[in-house]
Ligand binder design. Structure first.
Ligand code: SF4
Length: 244
């Protein structure tokens, strides 16, 4: 699965410009979590991450490359939750190294969807997440109580890694949190859109879209993303004649 590799390189280049703290995976350090998203009322909130009017981006990138996939790690660029005093910019980016994706067929695509779904199964206490897939944003309301109890991105990152690693196809997960005002949130949002475009194109390919590039609305994406056309022509269009 190399379709997301150029996006991973661009993402890492943007992150590498910023000072960062890095922690290796330790499931014992995870924050307490619930079985459902906790409602944090405005009156109980310390602040919001990625609130409207602030920079915000959220996306997942997949690779089978050991070099690009990295290790089970949490990365933080910017202030930690206890140091934040008011609403601020926020991005959460996940890079997953996956192992199963040798034969690129429908099972591969389903695996990606299942893995992406894992992000909806992390419910840290005092940390109310609202994901907006259409705008590639993630907004989080953090409770004063959680801040008092010492919630941190290190601990939260462990919760996310734990959730992703429940899928046996995930070899490693790197979770990157950004709150640094110097980060290029517009560029991260553009990368989030491209990542969603790649996943969306995969959906169309596996739904049996005809392989007629000249009449296809996804041509711009396939021209840009290496391997997409090969994938579609490999999968075929369920019996239709191929037109190049
Ligand atoms: S390979 Fe061609 S037909 Fe298939 S999704 Fe891409 S542009 Fe469309």
């Amino acid at each position: 699965m190399e379709l997301y590799n150029s996006l991973i390189r661009e993402t890492r280049a943007l992150v590498d410009k910023l000072p960062a703290k890095v922690w290796d995976y330790d499931p014992r350090a995870a924050w307490a979590s619930d079985s459902a998203n906790e409602l944090v009322l405005q009156k109980d909130a310390a602040y919001e991450l990625g609130a409207s009017g602030r920079g915000s981006a959220n996306f997942v990138l997949f690779t089978s490359s050991a070099e690009l996939g990295g290790r089970d790690q949490v990365v933080l660029c910017g202030r930690d939750l206890r140091e934040i005093k008011g609403d601020c910019d926020f991005a959460r980016i996940v890079i997953l190294r996956i192992g199963v994706l040798e034969d690129e067929d429908e099972a591969v695509y389903r695996t990606l969807r299942d893995i992406e779904f894992a992000k909806y199964h992390v419910y840290p206490q005092g940390y109310m997440v609202r994901i907006s897939p259409e705008s590639y944003r993630e907004q989080v309301r953090v409770s004063r109580d959680a801040v008092r109890r010492g919630i941190s991105f290190k601990a939260l990152g462990m919760n996310y890694i734990q959730a992703y690693k429940q899928d046996p196809n995930v070899i490693s997960a790197t979770v990157i949190f950004l709150t640094d005002p110097a980060a290029d949130y517009a560029a991260f949002k553009a990368l989030a859109k491209k990542s969603a475009d790649v996943t969306g194109t995969l959906t169309h390919i596996f739904e049996g879209l005809p392989t007629d590039c000249s009449a296809c609305a996804l041509k711009d994406i396939c021209d840009e993303v290496e391997g997409m056309k090969e994938l579609h022509f490999g999968v075929g269009d369920k019996g239709r004649e191929h037109k190049h």
